[in-house]
Design a protein around this ligand. Sequence first.
Ligand code: ATP
Ligand code: MG
Length: 655
Amino acid sequence: MTEERPVYLSPKNRTVRRRTQQAFGRDGTATEPAEADSSDREWPACWDAAASLLEWSDPYECIVDTENAPFYRWFVGGRLNAAENCIDRHLEERKNQVALRWEGKRGERRTYTYYDLYREVSAVAAALRELGVEEDDVVTIYLPKLPELPITMLACARIGALHNVVFSGFAPNALAERMQRVDSRALVTCDGSFREETVIDQKRKADTALASIEESLPTIVVDRLGSSHDTHLGGNQYDYDDLVEAFAGANVSPVPREATDPLFHIHTSGTTGEPRRMTHATGGYLTGVAWTAQTVFDLAPGTTIWCTADAGWITGHSYVVYGPLLSGATVVLAEGGLRYSDRHRPWEVIERNGVEVFYTTPGVIRTFMKWGESFPSSHDLSSLRLLGSVGDPIGPDTWEWYYTYVGEERCPIVDTWWQTETGCVLISVRPGIDELKPGSVGPPLPGIEIQIVDEDGRELPPGEPGYLTIDRPWPSMLVPLEGDRYWILAEYWQAFSDPRADSWRYFTGDRAIVGDNGYVTIIGRDDDVITIGNRRIGTAELEAAITTVDGVTEAAAVAERTIGETVLCVFATLEQGQQDRTAIRDAVADAVVEHIGEFARPASVVFTPELPETYSGKTMYKLLERIVNDRPPTDSDTLRNPEVVGELTTIWNQE
Ligand code: ATP
Ligand code: MG
């Protein structure tokens, strides 16, 4: 531990700062200057300040151990427990404050105070132990957006077990694979869930996966469907409520974990290929998340945040569960996917719960745009003070709509760039401090150093597009488990590092441009960038151009390779009621020519009801590319809307 212990960021001494409660100018900066950010200190001391947001059972001896770079070890020697940090330490001051508000698809509501969470998490922790789960074991959680999802995650953390949340929409084989990859010792699932009018038999999917694993793993089953549905519990399967009742009042001391001990496993979205299994370490991950919860999302005790991500993705881990609870905030959890819900529901959820911070994806915002502004406009959204976006580039048009109709020209928007691998947001404007610039994700956060480089790893000047790399380690970075080092080196470090000089640079897989002002514009994934002639065009840039056309809501452009040349093909979705397709087709081509250049004029513009998307809401360019190049689309268990594949192939072949 460094000698100078910063007290000004410590949760006990910190004066709670809610920057977004101040008035905002159109540029997003506060009208009164914000107090200086203490994390503007030198690296790595800035991370010492961030780590002081947590309660440590034992102090760390060093901030970052660079001995085995690039496998950095953060806060070595320190010990802490994640559940204790999220729950126990709030009990003294805000035991009766609401920690979680849940809204079910059938109109049910449940609220949990911090004390309620404490009791239920302790009971589930005791039950897991009773079922044989020990420290360092992995528990897979296969639950939709139910309160039991964060509760079980925290119960694992309390006893030092690792959680491995698998998105509940995945099919049995995807679940089995993700359980086997982490040697899961137990499973938590539910009887079923609702999708529109139908009931999904989650338990049957789980049983199928379990049967293929050929091991009788202890399984806890949450009763979501109630008395209308009778679930058969086989041997070694237990009803969640029975366990909570049996272990009510259990006193389970949080197990102090080494800062470098793993906290959980999670898989990437699988947008570009096979999803990769990630591991995050306790001290570093929690530091990154606690600090960004405060700095980027302006969370403070009592702030109500609704992050619409499923906890099956890193966004759900960091900003539905850990970030908000570490901050003593109130989490809103709404069951079901927003895009399948009643069009008033998103706005009702905000209105009813007094949501202050709303965080979602550009895909969801584009759906809201498609539905029209009359829906948000007919609700009282005055509780909102900050909006966020993540996962894909948010084009300027979508940004403007979000700013105008959801934020009512009052709420700053944080467009946050990060990855499963990075654990927390690394590039974003800080509300109240940095100016907002639609189309750009903003500057790297203090403590984060990025560089844009060319193929040979040479740093490029501002304004030149290149590979987005990260120059210095950050606390919430991915950590290797045994057997991971080789592929992690190959995947993230090899391209731009010089091991002989012990110089390490992380490659994000994305391309970007940095402006003179240090603001970063994401061009797209390196794999998705299209080369026409000698020019490389980013998917983000193309989409931003195409969606300027009235009537077009979403677009994706891919390269069609014919003998001797590559041409551009555009897939677009239209606003409801748009009839004049020929005019729109011409307008799309003109928009590409105007914004990018004549060389990029699309060879075809195809309209489709939907674009292929991952479950986490990202456009799957790879699949479109296979379709236009007459290669049969490969099966992907990460595709949310598989039905669109056949439709797209037919539409394409009719062109
Ligand atoms: P996989 O790695 O399995 O192909 P994935 O990269 O989609 O899937 P995630 O870790 O969920 O998995 O997503 C991280 C990626 O999402 C980033 O590398 C970037 O391409 C994109 N991304 C995230 N936030 C933003 C943003 N604000 N603007 C533009 N792109 C973003
Ligand atoms: Mg990725």
